[in-house]
Design a binder for this molecule. Structure first.
Ligand code: FAD
Length: 558
């Protein structure tokens, strides 16, 4: 039986078939959240769904769903799966007994579980509230927003529309998407005096309309910082992935005047991961978006400035100052610099792929595009973890997902747990010894030519969706002549600069370069961009922290 519902306040819903437990959860939730949220309680999956349908019709918002796993008729995972259709943005928690943790971990993939709580959760101050606080906060700042006000009108096969959606999503700017051929989209276009030939149209909360905006213009309009507040800092960090964010948290928390400059959206590659399972302290895994959101909040809490949509194009040493130039020619200077620019996706070099990028061919945008793949046949290219994660993520919506692997098996680097999930998934299949030879389509991707690397035979398959994850390369050409790099473009640091025991000719100091220091004193590198780095989230964060420690050492001696 569900309680009566009203739409006045955002809802936290809890469902447990044991009336005593159900009452206890609701009581604990009301005690802490009752003044701001309406806590709705149900004693079966069916009655909880009934309550959710009623809430939906009344236009209410649901922020968090807490469901018991073991319930007769409909278990917690089945309930959450159906609840997702009604309130996709609601955060999802499963209440489990210790013996059911395996089921909870499996549910992470089925319903993108945000958390599972072991019963009993007493004391709630330690076990329940921190979890719910976090989920409510992330619901508030991301897709659960009360009123998504920025509107994007575009077309599913417009490459620029796809990029803008990806940019907003990754910067956690709430927005609403309208297709140009749906009535509301057409209405917005008319209101902006547009005929739909130039897309996307972005309408900000204050009513400003922008057609095909560039990222910097859009960032400034939707309230993201794009300009440094000062001319001179103790530390400038270039790149806002895990290494850069890690450095920002440590730099700012240790009193350095710190600014981080990111060309697209904070989070870097990790921000595009649907679930990172091997990062310490997150036994249930954490999505890249959640990790990024927390890291951003942590860095700004300590006073770091985060700039988005600003690309750094040059680095120069002017006396003791380290000067960075932006693509628009303006500059920012500091005592020290941490380069944390990571790596970027390698492009698929086959006929048709370039032209169709953003119109059926995507690099790393599986998270944003996944809902559009509903009921479709999707191809994912690549044999390592990023391709495997994308395949599993896309399989929630797609009718079928085919993982195209060049070699005879997925890469040895693909995690065992992921391979197991792929093997068990009824909708994901793996096609080994296969490469893409060409992509075909006029307005958007329509077909792919695949080649069997063993037999040489080709086959043409029909699909509108291909996601490519074939490795990555550092984009460090802008550092040419500024710092030393290896043959692949990765930045050399510390011992790698002194292979024969002596530092490079340009090195003017008596001491050798510190461990993460580049060939320019006071300029450090951390994370994936560094030669010989581990290419993991944890190591990138760790190097960001360590680079800050070395910045202190450098500042003390200079
Ligand atoms: C889909 C996917 C899934 C993954 N899953 C896992 C996982 O489960 N576990 C794990 O440990 N690792 C995982 N990885 C690897 C992990 O994400 C990376 O090792 C990590 O993100 C590296 O962090 P980084 O900060 O060094 O670089 P990046 O994450 O690459 O961030 C670099 C940032 O610098 C910015 N930038 C680049 N050039 C400039 C410039 N000139 N000016 C301004 N900004 C610039 C970029 O836009 C980017 O945001 C995954 C990677 C991918 C792609």
């Amino acid at each position: 039986m569900s309680e009566a519902v009203d739409a006045a306040r955002t809802v936290i819903l809890t469902v447990d078939d044991d009336p005593a437990v159900s009452r206890a959860v609701a009581r604990d939730l009301r005690r802490r959240y009752g003044d701001r949220y309406r806590v709705v309680r149900a004693e079966s999956g069916a009655s909880a769904l009934e309550a959710l349908r009623e809430l939906k019709l009344r236009g209410a918002h649901v922020a968090v769903l807490l469901a018991d796993y073991r319930m007769p008729q409909m278990n917690g995972v089945e309930f959450l799966e159906e609840a997702l259709d009604l309130f996709p943005g609601a955060r999802r928690v499963l209440l489990t007994a210790y013996a059911d943790t395996g089921a909870a971990i499996d549910a992470i993939n089925v319903v993108d579980l945000d958390h599972y709580l072991l019963k009993p959760w007493a004391p709630p101050e330690e076990k329940l509230y921190p979890v719910v606080d976090d989920l409510l906060e992330s619901w508030r700042v991301t897709d659960g927003k009360q009123a998504p006000t920025t509107k994007v009108v575009g077309h599913r096969w417009s490459a620029r529309s796809s990029q803008i959606r990806e940019f907003l999503a990754r910067n956690q700017v709430p927005y609403r998407w309208y297709s140009s051929d749906e009535p509301e989209g057409a209405r917005l276009l008319r209101a902006a005096g547009e005929d739909g030939l130039r897309l996307p149209l972005v309408v900000t909360p204050d009513g400003t309309a922008m057609v095909e905006p560039d990222e910097a213009e859009l960032a400034a309009r939707v309230g993201l910082s794009t300009t440094p507040a000062a001319d001179f800092y103790d530390l400038v960090i270039v790149g806002g992935g895990p290494a850069g964010l890690g450095a920002a948290v440590y730099g700012a928390s240790e009193g350095l005047r710190t600014v981080l400059v990111e060309r697209e959206a904070t989070g870097g590659q990790a921000g595009q991961s649907s679930r990172i399972e091997n990062y310490l302290g997150f036994p249930d895994g954490v999505s890249g978006a959640q990790l990024t959101d927390r890291a951003r909040r942590q860095a700004t809490k300590f006073g770091a400035e985060l700039l988005t949509a600003r690309q750094v194009t040059a680095l120069e040493a002017r006396g003791a100052a380290r000067v960075l130039r932006f693509s628009d020619g303006t500059e920012v200077s500091a005592h020290s610099v941490i380069l944390a620019t990571g790596v970027s996706y390698r492009q698929l070099d086959v006929p048709g792929a370039d032209d169709l990028t953003g119109r059926g061919v995507y690099y790393g945008s599986a998270l944003t595009e996944a809902p559009s793949c509903e009921g479709q046949d999707v191809y994912v290219v690549g044999g390592a973890n990023s391709a495997g994660q994308a395949a599993m993520f896309l399989s929630r919506n797609a009718r079928s997902v085919t993982l195209l692997v060049r070699g005879p098996t997925p890469a040895a680097t693909m995690s065992h747990y992921l391979l197991q999930r792929i093997t068990e998934s009824p909708t994901v299949s793996v096609r080994t010894n296969t490469v893409v030879e060409a992509a075909h389509g006029t307005d958007h991707l329509e077909k792919l030519t695949l080649r069997d690397t063993g037999t040489g035979e080709t086959e043409t398959v029909e699909t509108q969706w291909m996601f490519v994850f074939i490795g990555a390369a550092p984009l460090t050409d802008w550092l040419d002549g500024a710092v030393l790099r290896d043959a692949h473009g990765f930045v050399l640091t510390g011992p790698d600069l002194t292979p024969d025991g002596s530092p490079p000719d340009t090195w003017a100091l008596d001491r050798p370069p510190y461990h993460l220091e580049t060939s320019v004193p006071g300029v450090f590198a951390a994370g994936d961009v560094r030669a010989e780095s581990a290419k993991r989230v944890a190591s990138a964060v760790g190097e960001g922290a360590m680079a800050v420690m070395l910045v202190h050492r450098y500042l003390e001696q200079s």
